[in-house]
Design a protein around this ligand. Structure first.
Ligand SMILES: C[S@@+](CC[C@H](N)C(=O)[O-])C[C@H]1O[C@@H](n2cnc3c(N)ncnc32)[C@H](O)[C@@H]1O
Length: 260
């Protein structure tokens, strides 16, 4: 799929993504912003920024903030959230900024296994001594239940099962480190952050996952009803009375530095 078509899926339920799904990932954004020391007077870029919560968090830490995504409907929300930010519509494989523009760039579940070109681009726009924070799903099954949601969505399509393996490959041992090294960056040791995605009830959970790009792909093939039913079936066993649906997530991340 060309980057110009990304908005069809990711933008389809942009306001639900921004209000219901995106805020649940704040512990990941917080961990990556801390690990990359984003703060006052820094030039900061979030790649595949979606509806821009992380851009907003970086702005509250005092950075001069920039964001890029391929979905203009998500970006409309990002701009509204942080009107002072430089938010651009574009492709992460061809960033519209010149070499050496940023102290820090990040991408949370925005750069995946097949996206080596995007890592090259991130490295190009970093200043010497600047760093890239990249976060992704841990490839191991332990400590994470999020695979259940992906399974619910992707089991409906052979093509999606294969594609999701390629995407998730960034989490395999040594892979993200190789991707950074190929782009001339020096990766630190991996760190991780674990948290729960909180859903008030199963309907809340279904609504959250139905707003994600992969659900849109499955909906095109199988229809919304079937996708909703699959998510409901798979995730309802995580519902606890009085607590809601809690899905444990394990995110790993690296900080990769551009040599001076
Ligand atoms: C899993 S979401 C993550 C969004 C955001 N980082 C977050 O954590 O909420 C993936 C994002 O990648 C964006 N995206 C997909 N392909 C892209 C491309 N080629 N260039 C820029 N953004 C892209 C989508 O529009 C979507 O916002």
């Amino acid at each position: 799929m060309s980057w110009k078509e990304v908005d069809k899926g990711w933008g389809d339920q942009a306001k639900v993504w921004a209000a219901v799904m995106e805020p649940r990932w704040w512990p990941e954004f917080d961990a990556v912003l801390r690990a990359t020391n984003v703060g006052q007077d820094m030039d900061y870029l979030d790649i595949a920024c979606g509806s821009g919560l992380m851009v907003n968090m970086a702005s509250r830490r005092g950075a001069r903030v920039h964001g890029l995504d391929a979905s203009d409907r998500l970006l409309a929300l990002a701009k509204r959230r942080t009107p002072t930010a430089d938010i651009r519509h574009g492709d992460m494989n061809a960033l519209p900024w010149s070499d050496g523009s940023f102290d820090v760039a990040t991408s949370c579940r925005g750069i995946w296994g097949p996206n080596q070109d995007a890592v090259h681009e991130a490295a190009r726009v970093l200043k010497p001594g600047g760093c890239l924070g990249l976060s992704f799903f841990s490839a191991g099954r332990e400590g994470s239940q999020v695979g259940k949601a992906f399974h619910a969505i992707r089991r409906l399509s052979e093509h999606e099962i294969d594609w999701s393996k390629q995407l998730g490959a960034i989490g395999l041992e040594g892979r993200v480190e190789e991707m950074c090294e190929a782009a001339g960056l020096i990766a630190s040791e991996r760190q991780s952050v674990q948290f729960d995605l909180e859903g008030a009830d199963i309907e809340h959970e279904v609504r959250a996952w139905m707003s994600a790009g992969p659900a849109w792909m499955a909906i095109q093939e199988r229809g919304a009803e079937e996708v909703e039913r699959s998510i409901r079936e798979e995730l309802s066993e995580l519902e606890e009375p009085g607590v809601g649906v809690r899905t444990q997530v394990l995110i790993e991340y690296v900080v990769a530095t551009k040599p001076t």
